[in-house]
Design a protein around this ligand. Structure first.
Ligand code: F6R
Length: 617
């Protein structure tokens, strides 16, 4: 949440910052701002609205400086106004600051600073921190050791802060310098050719450099045009490790698609290939994971799995639960990360704890991981963003390798999480009692998943036509059973988050215990009705809806036949192995939600009130 960019180098900072903010806009998009240090002043332009609005405003300023910071906001404290947009400047004009996170004890600090004569132009927690830095600086202004004095003022201020932050600070007395620090909000330093770019994530800097340093919690970086150095809040020196990003700027571009979400939906066959690559045994009967950091012998001792995540990733956990219990026959539980972190869940010594997170920065998921570790459990992560906080703090894990996911609504990351979950289930099952030949069948099925997903994507024009017909409704139900019940939840989430249509997901048979009261000609139901022993039961549930005049959209697998007239619309997907079915079934609900949102004129990649990567509680 909130996108941060800072630049120190030889180029005009404003162009690089605005370009970076455009790439970070998916993290928050209610207001944006930029501050450039030039002519001995901190010159600020900031506006409520999108980065485009800021770009126009910035063009009116004569921003020529080569040091600057920029921010795109997802509001926490204070409404969406020009004044509340970042950067904030201290009331003495000495420091400018951008912030991602929440300062929890801001009101006590504000009282203190008001008592010292500092004034406030916004309702934000961030402005308090900016004035606090100015206060520490005013107490003892710059001496001989100019640069490190800057760091000291930031360090002293942060020592008083409770909450979370990724911050970047400019000081009027420190031309060409920048100080940044993090606690629970991500920051990456790009080490370029004679320039440094600091940002919330790599997409903002990858066009200028692929060499990066992932800052850790409690670290402060001091940047000058010539060098950077990292220390901790406790003043210890840190030797930085420069990593290389494996993807390029082209991966973060939209290409010929209308939206990132559309691009990412159609990228799924390739994304699944990437997730599987190099991860099957030579005999083709099981999966292999390089970084799991748990031996086969240890895994054989595991008698319970616990998965935690948020949102769409939580739905991936539910599918994984189904597959682990079905194929490995080990009890598995799923909890919301936000609940787990505050509940005192009893964990047995042979429990294996997993989190799933695309971004690897979701604060609740991170807190759940830390809580499990604090209790002494091995905690593993399934995660897409290499070098993310969760990836670094987990005891081991599995990277999804699907490249940057920019659309706020998760699509390719979700199906890739389903793939990893299916592979984990296979791996554990083969360590127990799944036979060699069943393992070979399972692996073959997983390898066939990209082709089946591609086939399901061929339904796009048909689904688009259905979307036109249903875009005007206000409510919708999504119904499924077994491994497709989580897909019903996912369908409802996708639809509501991007099209603002109220939607609910239910196990199909549960519908008659309450939700059926909603059914009328005004409330359509989307059913997953795959072939198998449960098919006739699902058909009965459809009959119950139809008897109450509810429109029915049926997603069936090839070879299934519905009684004539039962469904108003039918979408056919390939029939497939149980481990692959959820990946294939995800396609029609993603496309349906996407086309309905487009039909309603919604801003698909930037839905209202949302942001990618939820780094606040
Ligand atoms: C919905 C969506 C969110 C995320 C959730 C967790 O489309 O994207 O529900 O799934 O915020 O995010 P990660 O996976 O980054 O932890």
């Amino acid at each position: 949440m909130c996108g941060i960019v800072g630049y120190v180098g030889k180029q005009r900072a404003v162009s690089i910052i605005i370009e970076g903010l455009k790439r970070l806009e998916y993290r928050g998009y209610d207001s944006a701002g930029v501050c450039v240090l030039q002519g001995g002043q901190l010159d600020v332009a900031k506006k409520a609205g999108r980065v485009e609005v800021l770009a126009k405003e910035a063009a009116r300023h004569r921003f020529n400086g080569t040091t600057g910071i920029g921010h795109t906001r997802w509001a926490t404290h204070g409404g969406v106004t020009d004044a509340n947009a970042h950067p904030h400047v201290s009331s003495d004009g000495k420091f400018a600051l951008i912030h991602n996170g929440v300062i929890e004890n801001y009101s006590q600090m504000k009282q203190f600073l008001v008592g010292k004569g500092y004034t406030f132009a916004s309702e934000t927690d961030t402005e308090v921190l900016c004035n606090l830095i100015a206060y520490h600086y005013a107490k003892e202004p710059v001496g001989q050791n100019g640069g490190s004095r800057f760091v000291e003022c930031v360090r002293k201020s942060l020592q008083h802060v409770e909450g979370t932050y990724g911050i970047v600070v400019l000081g009027v007395d420190f031309p060409g310098e920048m100080v940044a620090a993090r606690k629970a909000s991500p920051l990456i330093l790009g080490v370029g050719d004679g320039e440094y770019i600091i940002a919330s994530d790599a997409s903002a800097l990858v066009s200028r450099t692929q060499n990066v340093v992932y800052l850790k919690d409690g670290e402060i970086v001091h940047i000058t045009p010539a060098a950077f150095s990292i220390t901790t809040l406790d003043q210890e020196d840190v030797s930085p490790v420069v990593d290389r990003i494996t993807w390029s700027v082209a991966d973060a571009d939209m290409g010929d698609y209308a939206h990132f979400m559309e691009k990412e939906i159609f990228e799924q066959p390739q994304a699944l290939e990437n997730t599987m690559r190099g991860r099957f045994s030579e005999d083709g009967s099981t999966a292999n994971f390089g970084g799991l950091n748990i031996t086969a012998a240890e895994l054989r001792q595991i008698d319970r799995f616990l998965f935690c995540a948020c949102g769409t990733a939580w739905h991936a956990c539910l599918v994984t639960e189904h597959l682990i219990e079905r194929f490995a026959r080990i009890p598995c539980e799923v909890d919301y990360a936000s609940e787990f972190r505050y509940r005192n869940t009893p964990l047995h010594s042979n429990t294996l704890f997993f989190v799933i997170s695309q971004s690897g920065e979701t604060i609740d998921t991170l807190a759940a991981l830390r809580e499990a570790k604090r209790k002494g459990y091995k905690a593993l992560a399934i995660n897409n963003v290499v070098g993310s906080t969760i990836a670094r703090e987990a005891d081991g894990g599995i990277y999804q390798h699907v490249g940057p996911e920019i659309g706020v609504a998760s699509t390719k990351a979700f199906t890739s999480q389903l793939m990893v979950g299916a592979m984990v289930a296979l791996y554990v099952a083969r360590l127990r009692d799944m036979s060699f030949s069943d393992g070979v069948q399972y692996v073959k099925a997983l390898k066939g998943a990209p082709a089946l997903v591609r086939k399901a994507l061929e339904q796009a024009p048909h689904i688009r036509a259905i979307a036109k017909r249903f875009a005007g409704y206000h409510d919708m139900l999504f119904l499924g059973r077994l491994s497709l019940f989580p897909l019903a939840l996912e369908g409802a989430l996708k639809l509501k988050e991007i099209s603002y249509i109220h939607a609910e997901g239910y196990p199909a048979a549960e519908m008659k215990h309450g939700p059926i009261a909603l059914i009328s000609e005004k409330c359509p139901s989307v059913f997953f009705a795959p072939a198998g022993e449960i098919f006739p039961k699902i058909v009965s549930s459809m009959q119950e809806i139809k008897a109450r005049k509810g429109p029915v959209i049926a997603i069936i697998t090839e070879g299934c036949e519905l009684p004539p007239g039962l469904a108003d619309e039918v979408i056919t997907i390939p029939d497939c192995h149980e481990a692959v079915l959820p990946m294939v079934a995800a396609i029609p609900i993603q496309l349906l939600s996407y086309y309905i949102a487009v039909e309603r004129g919604c801003d698909v990649d930037k839905p209202r009130n949302l942001a990618k990567s939820v780094t606040v509680e």
